[in-house]
Design a protein around this ligand. Structure first.
Ligand code: SAH
Ligand code: SF4
Ligand code: F3S
Length: 435
C-alpha cells in the first residue's frame, strides 16, 4: 500500500512554493498527500525563521507532533525549511522525536531518506547549495487561480536585520526556458494567474536575461491572464522594469515595494542600499508611468538605534506615498545577523507603541486609497465565493484589491468588468457590468 504524508507550511510564499515542490517530488515516488495528520505515515513541517514569533509557532506545533510520535512510534517526523538550518543542534539534542531535518536546498534527497529511514536514526542535511534551483522538478499545486513559480533562490543582500541569507544561502536563478515551461504547464492545468517568486525577485539573472526580459517571456504564454511578482528590492527596480510593467497588459499594475524604514540613517544601518529620496523617486516614476498602480510595503519599527525622529521619517514617507496596504513588524533580533549584536536595541514598549501608531496611519491610508476606486469600472478576476455570502463572488483588481459583488452570470476564472460602488478599509464592493 502506498505511504501517505502530511505537510504543513509556515512563512512566506517561497515556502508555500517549496512545499508544493516537495509534494510533487514525493508523489512522483508513489507517496500520497493526506490532510489527516493522525493517519499520515510521515509528517512534515516547512518552517520559517524570519522573526522569533515565527519560530515559536513551529515549536508549539512540534509539541503536538511529539505526542503523535508517542502514540505511533513508526511515524516519521520531518522539519524542513528555514528553521532547519538554524536549529539542527537544538532539534537533535532536545527533540529526539524529529527524524529528518532538511534545509531548503536538500529536498531532492527526501524520497531516498524516507526509504532508508526505517533503519536509520536521524538524518540531517542543512547544507546550502550554490546551484540548486530544482529546475527539473515540477511542483504539485492545489487547484486554484494563481500559480506560484519560484524563479530564483537565496539572497545576497544581507540586510542587517534579516536571517534569510543564512537560511537560504546564495542567490541563484533558474533558466528562462524552464520557467516558461513551468508557466505553460500551469496554464494548461487551468491556472490563469502566475506570481513569480524570489526573495529578491528582480535581481533575477540567468545568462543574458534579466528580470524585465523574463517578465515579458512569461507574459507571452498563451492563455495567461495575469502576471504578478514578489518581492522586488528597490535597489533593483529599473526604468526598464517600470516600462515593461506599463506596456504589458498581462503584467499587473501592482507592486509590493518594501520600504523597511523612512530614515536614511536607519536604512544605512539596515544595509538597504537605497535612500529615502531614491525610494520616493521610484514611487513617483511608477505612478507617472502607471497611474493606477497599487503599492504595498513592509515596514519594521524599533530597529536598533531608531529614534523618535527616525520613526517620524518613516511616518512622513507613509504620508507622502499613501501605500495601499502595509505589513508592519516589530524588529526581532535574529541569530547570525549584524543588527542582533547592535548595543542600542529599542525597548519592547517603544516598539509596541510605534507599531500601534503605524498601524493606525496605514489603516487611514488603505481606506483613502480604496475610496479612490469608487465609481470606477475595473476588470476583476473572479477567484472564489465570498466568505460573507454565497450569492457573491470575491475577486481581485489588477492593482490587487479584493472586490465583492453579486454573482450574476460571471463564473470563476472570468475576467469581468465591475463598477466599484463602495469601499471599506479592507475590501471594495461592486456591481457586475453585464452585457
Ligand atoms: N526579501 C524581502 C523580504 C522578505 S522577509 C525584501 O527584501 O523585501 C519579509 C519581511 O519581513 C521583510 O520585508 C521585513 O520587513 C520583515 N523582517 C525581516 N527580518 C525581520 C526581523 N528581524 N524583524 C522584524 N521584521 C523582519
Ligand atoms: Fe532579507 Fe534583505 Fe534579502 Fe530581503 S533583501 S531577503 S530583507 S536580506
Ligand atoms: Fe521565513 Fe524562510 Fe520565507 S525565514 S519568510 S520562510 S525565506
Amino acid at each position: 500500500m502506498s505511504k501517505s504524508f502530511f505537510i504543513e507550511t509556515y512563512g512566506c510564499q517561497m515556502n508555500v512554493a517549496d512545499s508544493e515542490l516537495v509534494t510533487g517530488l514525493l508523489q512522483q515516488e508513489g507517496y500520497t498527500p493526506t490532510d489527516d495528520i493522525d493517519t499520515a505515515d510521515a509528517i512534515f513541517v516547512n518552517t520559517c525563521a524570519i522573526r522569533e514569533h515565527a519560530e515559536e509557532k513551529v515549536h508549539s506545533r512540534l509539541g503536538t507532533f511529539q505526542k503523535i510520535k508517542q502514540r505511533r512510534p513508526d511515524v516519521i517526523i520531518g522539519v524542513l525549511g528555514c528553521m532547519a538550518q538554524n536549529l539542527k543542534n537544538d532539534l537533535l539534542e532536545n527533540k529526539p522525536y524529529v527524524d529528518v531535518i532538511l534545509g531548503p536546498d536538500s529536498y531532492r534527497h527526501l524520497p531516498d531518506i524516507l526509504q532508508r529511514n526505517q533503519q536509520q536514526d536521524h538524518v540531517v542535511d542543512t547544507r546550502l547549495s550554490r546551484f540548486e534551483v530544482y529546475d527539473d522538478l515540477f511542483p504539485s499545486r492545489q487547484e486554484g487561480i494563481n500559480a506560484w513559480i519560484s524563479i530564483m533562490r537565496g539572497c545576497d543582500k544581507f540586510c542587517t536585520f534579516c536571517i534569510v541569507p543564512f537560511t537560504r544561502g546564495r542567490e541563484r536563478s533558474r533558466s528562462v526556458d524552464s520557467i516558461v515551461a513551468e508557466a505553460r504547464q500551469a496554464v494548461a492545468e487551468g491556472f490563469v494567474e502566475i506570481t513569480l517568486l524570489g526573495q529578491n525577485v528582480n535581481s533575477y539573472r540567468h545568462g543574458n536575461a534579466a528580470f524585465p526580459e523574463l517578465l515579458e517571456a512569461v507574459a507571452a504564454v498563451p492563455g495567461l491572464r495575469r502576471l504578478r511578482y514578489t518581492s522586488p528590492h528597490p535597489q533593483d527596480v529599473t526604468e526598464e522594469l517600470i516600462r515593461v510593467m506599463a506596456a504589458n497588459p498581462v503584467v499587473c499594475n501592482s507592486i509590493h515595494f518594501p520600504l523597511q524604514s523612512g530614515s536614511d540613517r536607519i536604512l544605512k544601518r539596515m544595509n538597504r542600499t537605497y535612500t529615502r529620496k531614491h525610494f520616493l523617486d521610484l514611487v513617483q516614476r511608477m505612478r507617472d508611468l502607471i497611474p493606477e498602480i497599487g503599492i504595498t510595503t513592509d515596514i519594521i519599527v524599533g530597529f536598533p538605534g531608531e529614534t523618535e525622529a527616525d520613526f517620524e521619517d518613516t511616518l512622513s514617507v507613509m504620508e507622502t506615498v499613501k501605500f495601499d496596504s502595509a505589513y508592519t513588524f516589530k524588529y526581532s533580533p535574529r541569530p547570525y545577523t549584524k543588527a542582533a549584536d547592535y548595543t542600542d536595541q529599542v525597548p519592547e514598549e517603544v516598539k509596541s507603541r510605534r507599531l500601534e501608531t503605524l498601524i493606525a496611519v496605514q489603516k487611514r491610508h488603505t481606506l483613502e486609497q480604496n475610496l479612490k476606486m469608487v465609481g470606477k469600472v475595473v476588470d476583476v478576476l473572479v477567484e472564489k465565493e465570498s466568505k460573507k455570502s454565497d450569492r457573491q463572488w470575491a475577486g481581485r483588481t489588477d492593482n490587487n484589491k479584493w472586490v465583492m459583488f453579486d454573482k450574476g452570470t460571471a463564473r470563476i476564472r472570468d475576467l469581468v468588468p465591475v463598477r466599484i460602488t463602495a469601499a471599506t478599509g479592507v475590501v471594495l464592493h461592486g456591481e457586475l457590468q453585464e452585457g
